[in-house]
Design a protein around this ligand. Structure first.
Ligand code: MTE
Ligand code: MO
Length: 382
């Protein structure tokens, strides 16, 4: 059977046209000459809380996905360990596996990124949620035997650009996953085939794709790639610098992402067809745990009501919420506010700005505001 036969490998209806938008980091690609290695996802058009693998956002720093033959691929675990390991994919798959539903979100997924977004996808399209299957990193580290003094794990990608980031040992020993499966099948090449790291709740760059090396080390390593891409943020506010010092020399060691939510319908640039009943819906997530509560306001935050949360609300995963609403015409200001199960509450835009200033925040989780005009047009009001 040919893999292109739709009975062998399913394709969607010809009437379905939802696609990702290729972009250079931060802005959609307008000319054809820059080959898009990154793409934002169509969050405004997705249902439920799992992102189809083919529509998972893509963030790659300059190198196209390497064309890796899984039979040739090796994962090396070395550095401060008693027994360095070199594992084939088959050997990895013989180890105990787990499947976990987790989101990943890029640091530039931000309402204030330039040029300023109008649609949900432009502002929130660099986040996605999948079921990931693989081996817990703790299993591999115990097998290799971590030596005294080992504090961090440097994860290394196999592509030409040598992307690598380090993860603290405490996190590495808890819920970090060396994943080969995504939504029931192998990872897609753009998502790191055949192997990626999954560091639940940490900023996107820690989830190293095309994973080939795990070096156990005594301090956070700042690779050339990381310094080049992440220490040049213009107008870095002093708060970021203070925070960076708490974690060492790295400019961007804010690790866990805070609680966040956004209304996906109605959202920016959509048009309500008329007065009457609507179901407001959206997604909420937190890098610290499960979503405990989502509140929705239709009057700019003067009053709030609890949204219905889709059960089960999993930790560090997209959680769908809905809220009934009757639009009687007139202006409305739609907002959603997430509280996670460790008690953190999503900040308002002014609270967020007071802390971070205008740019440089390592995670943008301010409450989004969609304005519905008298005519039913939906606009970004942040
Ligand atoms: N090897 C490698 N890993 C990488 C990257 C990369 O360019 N190369 N990009 C990182 C960034 S910045 C993000 S946001 C996530 C995006 O994962 P995705 O492309 O599967 O959505 O992967 C991270 N892992
Ligand atoms: Mo990213």
């Amino acid at each position: 059977v040919l893999a292109t036969d739709p009975l062998a490998y399913g394709t969607r209806s010809r009437f379905e046209e939802i696609v990702r938008t290729p972009m250079s980091m931060g802005a959609p690609i307008v000319t054809g000459e820059h080959m898009g290695l990154s793409a934002m996802g169509p969050m405004s058009q997705l249902t439920g809380s799992i992102t189809p693998s083919a529509l998972h956002y893509v963030s790659s720093h300059g190198s196209p996905p390497p064309d890796i033959d899984p039979r040739e691929h090796r994962l090396m675990i070395y550095g401060l360990v008693e027994r360095p390991l070199v594992l084939t994919m088959d050997e990895l798959k013989r180890l105990p596996s787990v499947s976990r539903i987790h989101y990943i979100e890029c640091v530039v997924n931000a309402p204030m990124q330039y040029p300023r977004g109008k649609t949900l996808d432009e502002m929130y399209g660099l986040a996605a949620c999948s079921e990931w299957t693989g081996v817990l990193l703790s299993v591999l580290l115990k097998e290799a035997g971590v030596k005294a003094g080992a504090q961090w794990v440097l994860a290394e990608g196999a592509e030409a650009g040598k992307v690598a980031t380090s993860c603290p040992m405490g996190k590495a020993m808890s819920d970090v996953l060396v994943a080969y499966g995504q939504n029931g099948e192998a990872l897609r090449p753009q998502q790191g085939y055949p192997l990626r790291l999954l560091v639940p709740g940490f900023q996107g760059k820690y989830h190293v794709k095309w994973l080939k090396g795990l070096k156990v080390v005594d301090r956070p390593y700042i690779t050339y790639w990381e310094k080049f891409h992440y220490e040049k943020t213009p107008n870095r506010p002093p708060e970021t610098a203070i925070l960076a010092h708490q974690y060492g020399p790295a400019g961007e060691y804010l690790l866990e992402q805070g609680p966040k939510s956004v209304i996906t319908f109605p959202s920016g640039e959509q048009q309500l067809p008329g007065h009457g009943f609507y179901t407001i819906t959206g997604l909420a997530w937190s890098g610290s745990g499960a979503v405990k509560k989502v509140e929705v306001s239709t009057n700019g935050g003067q009053t709030w009501s609890d949204a219905q949360i889709e059960e089960p609300a999993r930790r560090i995963a997209f959680t769908r919420f809905t809220c009934p609403w009757t639009w009687n015409g007139g202006e409305a200001m739609l907002m959603s506010r997430c509280t996670d199960d460790v008690g953190q509450v999503q900040p308002t835009w002014s609270e967020f700005r007071r802390f971070w200033g205008d740019s440089g925040a390592p995670h943008h989780n301010a409450i989004q505001i969609w304005k519905v005009t008298n005519e039913g047009a939906v606009r970004n009001a942040l």
